[in-house]
Design a protein. Structure first.
Length: 172
């Protein structure tokens, strides 16, 4: 009998996220100069920072290559950011080897076909509510939140609560 997603959460040490369609709603604003900008939700940002401060590995693997995204994520304390990643599986394997992480300790959230190969390998495959059908089919958990609208917060908060690490991270 397979474990439920809640039964896997105590084993999670690492969060991996795609950007476009997960940390953003997947839409880009094209300025008159051709610059592409994205919107990211502050609630996702709070959860990402909380996970970093609680000692979790947080890794971003995105096919996009926007330096503004890198700046935002670095400001949250995330150090492992791979942009322009078209072969996500190679970066995944490199990362888990470098960090000595077992795939079953990883929660990965993706929303589209490029995320599929990595999601098949991790302990907890998750996706936003508006992920493509193929990704929803292989996900252990589908957030009730859409991409860019709190889906990362949803999964991070659940894992940290299950592990007793959500409350008291900030004394602001």
């Amino acid at each position: 009998m397979e474990k439920s997603y809640k039964e896997i959460m105590p084993e999670i040490t690492t969060f991996m996220f795609d950007v476009d369609g997960v940390l953003t709603n997947g839409m880009v604003h094209v300025s008159s100069t051709g610059e592409l900008t994205r919107l990211m939700h502050t609630k996702d940002g709070y959860a990402l920072k909380t996970a970093v401060m609680a000692g979790f590995n947080v890794c971003i693997i995105s096919g996009g290559n926007n330096e503004g995204v890198r700046t935002r994520l670095e400001a949250l304390g995330i150090k492992d950011i791979y942009l322009g990643a078209h072969a996500k599986i190679e970066l995944f394997n490199e990362y888990i080897t470098k960090k000595n992480i077992k795939p079953e300790e990883i929660l990965y959230m993706g929303d589209d076909i490029p995320d599929y190969p990595v999601m098949k390998l991790v302990g907890l495959a998750t996706c936003p509510k508006d992920a493509v059908a193929e990704i929803q089919e292989i996900s252990d958990y589908i957030s009730q939140k859409k991409g860019g609208l709190g889906c990362a917060r949803d999964v991070i908060e659940q894992v940290l609560k299950v592990q007793g690490k959500w409350e008291g991270q900030y004394n602001a």
